[in-house]
Design a protein around this ligand. Structure first.
Ligand code: PEP
Ligand code: MN
Length: 633
């Protein structure tokens, strides 16, 4: 039963209500939404919904239509994010778990862990208790294996995931691991489910060999009903008549699960296919389908693996897969972050003195804007963040030390540079320490059922109107009203309540304001990307840095620009951006914005930088930073 509480109910009244419901033998869960607070009431409910509506503080009682209650989206409309140390599963950043099928030895585990970490994995997997089909197969190292996992975490900083096969292992799990896996063969071992529910650690619940999605969600319900909300679902292939692959990967589960439950879903393409060559294609497909992450078996010498060698990727293959996922993720509104763990560590280190609140990061515009999304993509929703009313206010907050870092848009693939921010980069003594690129999909957003023919005024950012030119040309009678950012545009349409108005913005803004997408994907070019940079008053990530941004000017003489470009060409440094911009107050004189694929501040480029300084009238190195993609090792 879902009880929607009356607006303005006091916390004391809510507590009294919860107490009463609990005394009737129900399990009660409070969920605070933006607009309303609801209580999820589960257990054996014999009473009529009307009984609940008579209770003080209850506005409405709605039965949950599904057999699973706590895991259902009806009860909890927002997606759940499961935290494992610094890692958040179910947010904007993909989580890739990697490691061998089984922990085989200390040396091997550490070797694989170092390899997968350098490719961008954030959690390490490895079985210490292996549920094998044959009693004669390797059964795992038991506690010895768990100790090795703890050592891997100690050395690499990656949280560890391992399978629990019996309730008798509960204490060991508490002691050594970060995520407890319930294997496919145990998905309906109800005693085990209740036990992991009580352990309270995040649980990776694999889908049973022949389980329906509903049965799988009922198993998750067991864990939640014991008070443990931290469940990650894992599709790992199901039994079908097809024998070519070990199992049949049911990727349909991804959108189905996302519609039915708030819990995140990851995919295990290793057990799903059983064949090394099939793992990467299905991993790529899983991310394209919208999965929150992957768990992948990787081994440095699969031929010698004690279990599942034939489906284990070589580190080289894993690295290539991760590079592919880095490209695919933005298409579906996510990121693969190669500095995930390092960023978290750095953010903690840049925090205020002990006992004080961690320092925040800031973005321009309103929540729901693309800058907000970029902030979530780069830092994760778990990093304290705040908005500022303008680009300049972001620079101010960073310079004054009020925020540890800021994020600002600098360039769109269709409409070019955001000059205001280049001007501010010139003016303020801050440096660029990172970048993130977002796919920008625009939508026409208004009230449900509004016919396009009724619209007269459309609100958005001027650059957005340019990016949607082809669509807008079909409606020449619409007035285009400029707003500071896309979320502000949606907010105005909502506040005005005028059926002739709509806004153009991202899906997030529509969801945030409870508005409807009337027309999806109206940007002229679907390959529409905006690049954001992260600014800081200090250094951020340790590097290595692959990119540098500069602003410079040259004297008004023949060949002076060429002389600077020659310096890059001679050193085979790739110039990825070069743009000229008129100098304020000096007609026909120009500044050049340049992005290079090199760490121009590294010792090996000292001489280049000196030469460049000599040949330019003005030079400001805006910063050197990682490209976001792993290129080393
Ligand atoms: C495993 O992850 O190593 C494993 C045994 O998986 P499953 O339970 O999906 O077969
Ligand atoms: Mn395995």
């Amino acid at each position: 039963m879902i009880l929607v509480l009356k607006q303005g109910i006091s916390p004391a009244e809510t507590d009294r209500l919860k107490e009463e419901l609990r005394s009737e033998g129900h399990l009660v869960k409070e969920i605070k939404g933006v607009e309303e607070t609801i209580l999820g009431v589960v257990g054996t409910i014999r009473k009529d919904p009307r009984h609940f509506e008579t209770l003080p503080g209850v506005a409405k009682a709605v039965p949950i239509s599904k057999p699973y209650k706590l895991v259902s989206r009806e009860l909890h409309p927002a997606p759940s994010i499961i935290r494992v140390g610094d890692v958040a599963i179910g947010g904007d950043r993909l989580v890739v778990i990697a490691g061998p099928c089984a922990v085989e030895s200390r040396g091997r585990s550490l070797e694989i862990a170092r390899a997968v970490k350098s490719c961008g994995a954030v959690l390490f997997r490895g079985g210490a208790f292996k549920p094998r089909t044959s009693p004669y197969s390797f059964q795992g190292l038991g506690e010895e294996g768990l100790k090795i996992l703890a050592e891997v975490r100690e050395e690499t900083g990656m949280g560890v995931v391992t399978e629990m096969t019996s309730t008798s292992q509960a204490d060991l799990m508490m002691k050594y691991v970060d995520v407890v896996q319930v294997g496919a063969r145990n998905m309906q071992n109800f005693e085990l489910l209740k036990c992991v529910g009580r352990i309270g650690k995040p649980v990776l619940l694999k889908r049973g060999l022949a389980a329906t999605i509903e049965e799988w969600l009922m198993s998750a319900e067991y864990i939640l009903s014991e008070g443990n909300d931290q469940v990650i679902l894992c599709e790992r292939g199901i039994r079908t008549f097809e024998r070519y692959t070990r199992n049949t990967l049911d990727l349909t589960a991804v959108p189905v699960i996302h519609a039915l439950t708030h819990l995140p879903i990851i995919i295990d393409p290793s057990h799903a296919t059983g064949i090394r060559e099939k793992v990467s294609p299905m991993a790529r497909a899983a991310i394209a389908a919208g999965a929150d992450g992957l768990t992948i078996e990787v081994h440095t010498e699969p031929d010698k693996a004690l279990s599942d060698g034939p489906q284990s990727l070589y580190p080289e293959q894993f690295k290539q897969l991760m590079r592919d996922l880095y490209v695919i993720a933005p298409v579906v509104g996510k990121q693969l972050d190669f500095s995930y763990l390092e960023k978290a560590k750095k953010l903690k280190a840049t925090s205020a003195p002990p006992g004080k609140r961690p320092r925040k990061v800031v973005y321009p515009g309103e929540p729901g804007s693309f800058s907000h999304k970029a902030c979530m993509h780069f830092f994760g929703a778990e990093t304290p963040h705040e908005n500022r009313s303008s680009f300049r206010a972001v620079f101010e907050a960073v310079r004054e030390g009020e925020a540890a870092l800021g994020i600002i848009p600098v360039e769109n693939s269709s409409t070019g540079s955001v000059h205001d921010n280049y001007d501010l980069l010139l003016e303020y003594d801050v440096r660029i320490v990172g970048e993130v690129t977002l796919r920008i999909e625009h939508n026409l957003i208004g009230r449900p059922g509004t016919p396009l023919a009724d619209l007269r005024r459309i609100y958005s950012h001027p650059q957005v109107f340019q990016q949607c030119r082809e669509f807008l040309e079909q409606h020449p009678d619409w007035d285009l009203v400029a707003c500071q950012d896309t979320a502000t545009a949606v907010g105005r349409v909502k506040a005005n309540q005028d059926p002739e108005e709509a806004a153009i913005a991202g899906r997030e803004a529509a969801a945030l304001f409870g508005m409807t997408v009337l027309n999806q994907g109206i940007e002229s070019n679907p390959r529409n990307f905006t690049r954001f940079v992260v600014i800081s008053a200090d250094e951020f990530l340790a590097g290595p840095n692959h990119k540098s941004s500069l602003i410079y000017s040259v004297s008004d003489q023949p060949g002076s620009l060429y002389e600077t470009l020659k310096l890059f060409a001679e050193r085979r440094i790739n110039l990825v951006k070069l743009e000229s911009r008129p100098l304020h107050g000096k007609p026909w004189e120009y500044l050049f914005y340049a992005d290079l694929e090199a760490d121009i501040q590294a010792p090996e480029h000292r001489e280049l930088l000196e030469e460049l300084r000599k040949r330019s009238e003005f030079l400001k190195v805006l910063g050197s930073y990682p490209k976001g993609l792993v290129t080393e090792n």
